[in-house]
Design a protein around this ligand. Structure first.
Ligand code: GLA
Length: 691
C-alpha cells in the first residue's frame, strides 16, 4: 500500500502487488495525478480516504450522517498519524462537524490488510451515523466482479460479471450474515482464474447487516468498499461517545483466486487460538439426520456403539434435548434438560459416550425463543421488536433481545449451567431465522445484537476454556470473517448431498480453511435432495474439511461399515496435511468435473479429488493435472481405495490407478487420465514423494 499525507488529507495512492522499490514518492504522485478535464473542478481531485463532497468527491462517501440535519457534510483533516511496522494509525478531525475518527490499517505478515475505525462525537448534541463504508482503490485493470449468492441449502454460489459504471452492491438486511452473504467481494481482471491473475477482495469482519460495493465512476475511477449496513437511527452518538465501526479484511493476490485463499488461510492459521493450533479436528458424528427430534437414550447408545466401531471421536446431540422441544414449535429459550426424553439427565448418555473414548457435543440456539416456552411466557418483552408488534414468526420462533441485560444473563446462565454440570467439549450454536423488525426500546438493534453474541461466546469460552463452538445458522448462514474469531467450526450447509456440497464447499473455502468447515457423510439417500450416492463419493466429499458423519450409521451395511472405518483412519492419518496444506483448485477444462486438492506445505504429498458432476462430453475425460508439487521430485501417484469404489462406465481402468511414479513437473503439466466415471462419482488421488 502507498499512502499519501498531503495538506492534511490522507489518501491511498496504491493497493496491490508488493512493490519493493518505489522510486521517488513525489514522482509517483505526479505519475498518478489526473488531468483537469472539461466540466470539472479547477484542480485535480484529492478526496482522500473520507471521499467527501467538501473535497469535490461525487461518488459514494465514506461517512454519512448528521447532527439533527446539520453537519451533514464533513471535511476531516489528518491531525496526526503513527506508523509502526506494517501498521498505520491515523487521527482525523473535523472541527466544524465536531467529529473525530481514528482509523488503522494493519497489513499482516500473511498479506491480509485489516482496517478498523472508531468515530467519536466531540460535539454537544447527538450525531446520527447513517453509514460508514471503508474504501480501497481498485486498479483500472480490474474489470470483473466475483461475489457469492445463495439460499438455504444452496450457500455461496458464484456470480461473475463485468464491472460497469455505477455502484454494484450486495446488501444484507437480515441481521445475521445470511445464506446470501458474499463472504468476499472480489474484483479481478477478465482472465483471473484459480491459478493466475490478479484479484482484490474485501470482506466485512462482521456478522450483522452489511454492504459490499464495487464502484466505477463516470470518470473511470474504481474502488471497492464495505461497511456495516445501519437501519435508520440505529447508531446515534451521544456527546462524547463512539461508534466502534465493524472492521474489514482486504486481500490481494496476483496468483489467482487460490492465491487469495492462501492468504486468508495462512492468516487464520497463524492465530494462536486457530483450532488446529489447539488440537487435531476430531472426527464428528451428529445425530440430527439420524433421529431428528426423536430423542431416546437407547437409540443414541446404539449409534454411539456404531460410532465407536468406526472410530468417531466426537458425538453431537442436536436439537430436541431441552424442555418441551419435541418439535420445532416449542422450547427455544428453556435450556434445561427435558426429563420427558432424558429421564436420567444427560449424565448417563455422556458417560456412555465418553467411556468409548468419544467426546460429547450439544446443540443450542440461544438467541432464539419460541412463543411456546416458559421464557416467553415470563418475558414476552425480551424479544427484538418494534412498537407493540410481534415480528412475523420464522420457523415458529422469535429473536431474543440479548443486548437486554436480563435476556443476556438468562441465556448465559442456563447455557453455563448445562456446560458446568456435564462434560461437554463442544456446542453447535444455531441461528435459524433472520431479524425482522429488530428493535430494542424503539431503536434498531442489529448492531448491538451482533456485538452481544460475540460477547456471549467470548464469555462462555472464558468460563469454559476448552469449549469449542460451531457457528450454524440453518446451515451456512453465519459464516464470516467476524465470527471466525470466536468460533472453531462452521456448519457449512444443511445440505449434505455430496454433489451440492461440491460447489458450497469450494466457494466457502475461498476464505475459510477446510479445517473449520464441517463436512459430513450424509445418508445414502440424501434427506435434502433425495439423490442416491455411492459411499465413496460421500466419503471423498467429506474428507476435505472437518470431517464427520450425519447419517444413522446403525443402518449402514457391513461393507459400508468397513469403508467408514477405513475412511475414518484415512482422515486421521491425513488431517494434519489436509488442515495445514495449500488448497488447490484446478482450472479444469471440463465443465462437467471438479478437480481440487491439498498439497502439503513441504510438498511431500498431496491428496486430490476428481469429481465427475455430470456425464462427460467426450469418451475420455480430460487429463487431471496435479499442480503444486516439487517439479524435480518424484511422486508415487495412485487412487486411494480406502473410501470404497466409484461407479464407472468403462470396461477397463486406466493402468495408473494402481500406482505410477511421475515427477511433480509431469504431474503439473501432463497429469493422469481419469477413469470414465458415472456422474456423481469421484476418485481420490494421492501423490507421495518417493525420492
Ligand atoms: C438447523 C441446523 C441443522 C439442525 C437443525 C435443528 O436447521 O442447520 O443442522 O441443527 O437446525 O433444528
Amino acid at each position: 500500500m502507498v499512502f499519501e499525507a498531503h495538506e492534511q488529507v490522507l489518501s491511498i495512492l496504491y493497493w496491490g502487488r508488493d512493490i519493493e522499490v518505489l522510486g521517488d514518492p513525489g514522482d509517483l504522485k505526479s505519475a498518478v495525478t489526473k488531468s483537469v478535464s472539461n466540466s470539472s473542478t479547477d484542480e485535480p481531485l484529492t478526496p482522500g480516504i473520507m471521499r467527501e463532497h467538501s473535497r469535490s468527491f461525487l461518488g459514494h462517501p465514506t461517512l454519512s450522517g448528521h447532527r439533527g440535519g446539520k453537519a451533514w457534510s464533513t471535511q476531516f483533516s489528518l491531525v496526526d498519524y503513527s506508523h509502526q511496522g506494517n501498521t498505520l494509525i491515523a487521527q482525523l478531525h473535523d472541527e466544524a462537524a465536531a467529529l473525530h475518527l481514528e482509523i488503522s490499517y494493519h497489513l499482516t505478515d500473511e498479506g491480509i490488510l485489516k482496517i478498523n475505525a472508531i468515530l467519536t462525537n466531540k460535539g454537544e448534541a447527538d450525531y446520527s451515523v447513517d453509514q460508514f463504508v471503508y474504501w480501497l482503490p481498485l486498479a483500472d485493470r480490474a474489470r470483473e466482479i466475483l461475489d457469492f449468492t445463495g439460499r438455504w441449502s444452496h450457500e455461496r454460489h458464484p456470480q461473475r460479471r463485468p464491472i460497469v459504471s455505477g455502484l454494484s452492491s450486495r446488501e444484507i438486511r437480515e441481521g445475521r450474515t445470511g445464506h446470501d452473504y458474499t463472504i468476499a467481494q472480489i474484483a479481478m481482471t477478465s482472465s483471473t482464474n484459480f491459478s493466475g491473475g490478479e484479484a482484490w477482495a474485501l470482506s466485512m469482519a462482521w456478522s450483522g447487516n452489511s454492504v459490499h460495493h464495487v464502484e466505477r465512476l463516470a470518470d473511470g475511477v474504481q474502488s471497492i468498499g464495505a461497511g456495516e449496513l445501519l437501519m435508520p437511527g440505529e447508531i446515534i452518538l451521544a456527546p462524547g461517545t463512539s461508534y466502534q465501526i465493524p472492521g474489514v479484511v482486504a486481500n490481494y493476490s496476483d496468483t489467482g483466486l487460490d492465491g487469495l485463499s492462501h492468504n486468508y488461510h495462512s492468516w487464520l492459521r497463524a492465530r494462536p487460538h486457530h483450532p488446529t493450533n489447539v488440537r487435531p479436528r476430531p472426527l464428528t458424528l451428529n445425530v440430527w439426520e439420524a433421529v431428528y427430534f426423536a430423542h431416546d437414550e437407547e437409540t443414541i447408545k446404539k449409534i454411539a456403539d456404531a460410532a465407536a466401531e468406526i472410530g468417531v471421536e466426537r458425538m453431537v446431540l442436536d436439537d430436541g434435548w431441552f424442555h418441551d422441544r419435541r418439535h420445532d414449535r416449542a422450547g427455544l429459550g428453556d435450556w434445561v434438560v427435558d426429563p420427558a426424553v432424558w429421564p436420567n439427565g444427560l449424565g448417563s448418555i455422556i458417560k456412555y459416550i465418553n467411556d468409548k473414548g468419544i467426546e460429547f457435543g450439544l446443540w443450542f440456539e440461544g438467541e432464539m425463543v419460541n412463543p411456546d416456552s416458559d421464557l416467553y411466557r415470563a418475558h414476552p418483552e425480551w424479544i427484538l421488536h418494534e412498537a407493540d408488534r410481534v415480528p412475523p414468526l420464522w420457523r415458529n420462533q422469535l429473536v431474543l433481545d440479548i443486548s437486554h441485560p436480563g435476556a443476556y444473563e438468562h441465556v448465559l446462565g442456563q447455557v453455563d449451567a448445562v456446560l458446568s454440570e456435564y462434560n461437554i467439549a463442544y456446542i453447535k450454536w444455531d441461528h435459524n431465522r433472520g431479524l425482522n423488525d429488530a428493535g430494542h426500546l424503539g431503536q434498531a438493534s442489529i448492531h448491538n445484537q451482533t456485538a452481544a453474541i460475540y460477547r456471549l461466546f467470548a464469555e462462555l469460552k472464558r468460563r469454559h476454556p476448552k469449549l469449542e463452538i460451531e457457528s450454524c445458522a440453518s446451515g451456512g448462514a453465519r459464516v464470516d470473517l467476524g465470527i471466525v474469531d470466536v468460533v472453531d467450526r462452521f456448519w457449512t450447509s444443511d445440505n449434505n448431498d455430496a454433489l451440492e456440497r461440491q460447489t458450497i464447499q469450494r466457494w466457502t473455502g475461498i476464505a475459510i480453511p477446510p479445517e473449520m468447515l464441517g463436512t459430513h457423510i450424509g445418508p445414502t439417500h440424501g434427506h435434502q435432495t433425495a439423490r442416491t450416492h455411492e459411499i465413496s463419493f460421500r466419503a471423498i466429499n467429506a474428507i476435505f474439511g472437518h470431517a464427520g458423519i450425519e447419517w444413522n450409521v446403525t443402518e449402514a451395511n457391513d461393507e459400508e461399515r468397513v469403508i467408514l472405518k477405513k475412511w475414518a483412519a484415512l482422515y486421521k492419518a491425513k488431517r494434519g496435511m489436509l488442515h495445514s496444506g495449500r488448497a488447490v483448485r484446478v482450472d479444469h477444462p471440463d465443465a462437467n468435473a471438479f478437480l481440487y486438492g491439498v498439497v502439503a506445505q513441504d510438498q511431500s504429498e498431496a491428496l486430490f479429488a476428481y469429481v465427475q458432476h455430470r456425464m462427460n462430453e467426450s469418451n475420455f475425460p480430460a487429463m487431471a493435472l496435479i499442480p503444486g508439487l516439487d517439479p524435480r521430485a518424484t511422486y508415487e501417484v495412485k487412487v486411494v481405495g480406502d473410501v470404497g469404489k466409484p461407479r464407472a462406465l468403462q470396461v477397463k481402468n486406466p493402468p495408473w490407478l494402481k500406482g505410477v511414479r511421475l515427477s511433480g513437473a509431469a504431474l503439473a503439466s501432463i497429469g493422469v487420465r481419469p477413469p470414465i466415471l458415472a456422474p456423481e462419482n469421484a476418485i481420490l488421488i494421492s501423490a507421495t514423494r518417493v525420492d
